[in-house]
Design a protein around this ligand. Structure first.
Ligand SMILES: CC(C)(COP(=O)(O)OP(=O)(O)OC[C@H]1O[C@@H](n2cnc3c(N)ncnc32)[C@H](O)[C@@H]1OP(=O)(O)O)[C@@H](O)C(=O)NCCC(=O)NCCS
Length: 282
């Protein structure tokens, strides 16, 4: 994939994921929406960031000059991550995905660890299983926070640029690699909350929990409560594996709903904890 391919890849991914979201909408969740121009621009900027850090990590399938599908991936020290994988609706299930995924996976095959966030599409799950990834079921915690359940949270503050170094060290422990250049994408999308003792951090935007990493479960609970305290009408924390049952306990106390949704695909590692990964920046 080159810079010039990015807008077409964005269109394919919006079409493919919108169709999947419509088919699998949660009963009490807002109706799926197409990406806004701002979200499209953010998707493209993030993907260009992957091409900058990892020019050999993203692949497209073409026929007669037309893009049919793509896979984007990147390396962060000991871990390879898959960011996005999509084939044009109508052309899925015909072997195109296998070709781009194999190329993307090969780019990280010398690294000891691999991570990807899998949708519920059975075609994706077959591909990931066959690429050697173990699929760990995830919960999505979602709904309206019962504000009467909120505890008084202490020991947190907004994050600053000088926090990124210890956050990267924590990511090395939790997943085998720092978020490095990905932090500024996460910062652009929301608020960074850290604990004053530098034991954990979370990115949140009032609607979704984007990422959370902590040294211990007490720290993780404190951070999640802080995110819930600043939530709007509907909040969602997706990508919660059973290794992170502390998050289920908090969500149940806050009277959120639970639903099983998607999988964390891993190679060479167990589900990280306490850790709630980001779908593309993992
Ligand atoms: C996931 C996706 C990229 C895979 O690309 P693809 O071109 O459809 O994949 P392939 O045809 O190479 O492989 C699909 C596999 O599922 C099987 N399959 C095809 N249709 C299927 C169906 N309806 N149900 C279950 N399995 C199916 C195929 O036989 C193949 O498995 P096999 O190689 O073991 O025989 C594509 O389907 C897609 O864009 N889905 C929507 C977006 C998405 O979920 N992306 C993944 C994000 S994590």
């Amino acid at each position: 994939m080159t810079d010039a391919d990015v807008p077409v890849a964005e269109g394919i991914s919006d079409d493919a994921f919108f169709a999947l979201d419509v088919a699998g909408r949660l009963p009490s969740a807002p109706a799926p929406q197409r990406r806004t121009p701002e979200q499209r621009a953010a998707w493209e900027a993030r993907t260009r960031g992957f091409l900058d850090s990892d020019p050999g990590g993203s692949w497209v399938a073409e026929q007669d000059g037309e893009m049919l599908g793509f896979a984007t991936g990147y390396r962060r020290e000991q871990v390879w991550c898959l960011a996005t994988f999509a084939v044009r609706p109508g052309l899925q299930g015909a072997g195109i995905g296998a070709q781009v995924l194999d190329a993307a996976v090969a780019y990280g095959s010398d690294l000891p660890r691999g991570m990807l966030a899998a949708s519920v599409d059975p075609r994706a799950l077959r591909r990931y299983h066959r690429a050697g990834f173990r699929l760990h079921p995830q919960l999505t915690l979602h709904g309206t926070v019962d504000r009467s359940t909120l505890p008084a949270v202490t020991g947190v503050r907004d994050g600053r640029p000088d926090d990124l170094a210890w956050m990267d060290d924590l990511d090395r422990v939790r997943r085998g690699g720092p978020h490095g250049p990905d932090h500024h994408r996460l910062l652009a999308a929301g608020r960074l909350v850290v604990t004053t003792d530098r034991a954990g951090y979370a990115y949140t935007n009032g609607r979704v929990l984007a990422l959370l990493a902590a040294r211990d479960e007490d720290t993780a609970r404190t951070l999640l409560w802080e995110c819930l305290a600043s939530a709007g009408d509907h909040y969602e924390a997706a990508h919660v594996t059973s290794a992170n049952y502390w998050a289920v306990e908090v969500a149940m106390t806050a009277r959120l709903d639970l639903v099983a949704r998607g999988y964390l695909g891993l190679r060479g590692m167990a589900p990280p904890a306490p850790y709630v990964h980001h779908g593309a920046l993992l």
